[in-house]
Design a protein around this ligand. Structure first.
Ligand code: KG4
Ligand code: ZN
Length: 332
């Protein structure tokens, strides 16, 4: 089955081409440079940038494939949650193509895309059931995955997401937006034990909390002034975030009696998190899976993968498919 995936929920315009579950092309046009000038995402600007990028991105993802193989057998598009104007660009393009080619269309929840992102054909497949740690700019959740489409949220954040903790910390250290990756680079030569930062709610397995870290970082920056080692502060912050995530993930794995873990979402690109969680899983004899870097941050391959599971079961949406900007996690 050949599936076209489309993702425009936030600040990446992305399209991907999947053949029998394998990712053949994964095209991503990022708006990071556009939004960096404002220090955050401006929804109106994001929608306009998607309008400009969508056709070039689509033709790069499927141009040759269409020439060779004809239209896809189905189209998967992110229709929830996200910025309303941004989502509308991808959904409109998907509907137009589905109408033109008379192929099935399926709307995908963005977070379900992240959850199923490790499932590309030809790569080691996580077993079911497994535990999934979703860490992105907007979400931090531990999800029990019993099968595609069967999810139970075991823990979520009560305030900031892990990605926001990275981004806010990075901003305090003057690293620009979004700062997760830059903070990782700065932390490389830092001493993670230099500054003590809080680990919130250590005893509560069902809740993450990261907003206290932001306050603690601000106090640290103010207190140390010129004397602050930015590298040590970055390393200390990264260690606090990684520590909280890994500790609760391991606890949930144990409580649920699961033997496999996946790590997904933009923050899954963090090397320290990947390696710490991999080592922790190894210690307790659990298998560990995480997608390659270009499938951690937002992309359309993960949407195509999630859509293929549904298309394979004969599930599809009709042309009344609408965007759902605020769809919560029960709306997978
Ligand atoms: O999944 P994603 O691309 O978008 C959302 O769905 O939110 O995640 C973006 C988040 C941002 O907060 C960004 O700073 C963070 O992922 N991120 C990282 C790294 N690469 C991206 N955080 C820490 N280390 C990284 N290497
Ligand atoms: Zn995402």
């Amino acid at each position: 089955m050949r599936v076209l995936g489309i993702e425009t929920s936030c600040d990446e315009t992305a399209a991907a081409w999947l053949v029998d579950g394998a990712v053949v092309r994964n095209v991503i046009s990022s708006q990071v440079a556009l939004h960096a000038q404002w220090g955050g995402i401006v929804p109106e600007a994001a929608a306009r940038a998607h309008v400009e990028a969508i056709l070039p991105v689509l033709s790069e993802a499927m141009g040759e494939a269409i020439g060779e193989d004809g239209p896809p057998d189905g189209i998967a598009v992110t229709n929830r949650p996200g910025l309303v104007g941004a989502l509308s660009v991808g959904v409109s393009a998907a509907k137009a193509l589905a109408t033109l080619w008379r192929v099935p269309l399926v709307g995908v929840h963005h977070i379900e895309g992240h959850i199923l992102s490790p499932f590309a054909a030809g790569e080691p497949q996580p077993p079911f059931p497994h535990l999934c740690l979703v860490v992105s700019g907007g979400h931090t959740e531990l999800v029990r995955v019993d099968a595609p489409g069967q999810y139970r949220i075991l823990a979520e954040t009560v305030d900031d997401a892990a990605g926001e903790a990275f981004d806010k910390g990075a901003r305090l250290l003057g690293l620009g937006y979004p700062g997760g990756r830059a903070l990782q680079e700065l932390a490389r030569n830092g001493d993670a034990k230099r500054y003590a930062l809080p680990r919130a709610l250590p005893g509560d397995g069902a809740k993450f909390s990261f907003s206290g870290l932001k306050t603690a970082m601000r106090l640290l920056v103010d207190r140390e002034g010129e004397a602050l080692s930015r590298a040590d502060a970055a390393a200390s912050l990264q260690a606090a975030i990684v520590d909280a995530l890994v500790r609760k993930a391991l606890r949930a794995l144990d409580e649920e009696g699961l033997k496999a873990m996946t790590l997904v979402g933009g923050v899954a690109a963090n090397e320290s998190l990947r390696e710490t969680l991999r080592a922790a899983c190894e210690r307790v004899g659990a298998e560990f899976f995480t997608p390659p870097f270009d499938r951690c941050t937002d992309n359309a391959a993960m949407i195509a993968i999630a859509g293929s599971f549904r298309l394979a079961r004969g599930m599809a949406d009709d042309l009344s498919l609408d965007v759902m900007p605020n769809a919560d996690l029960s709306a997978y």
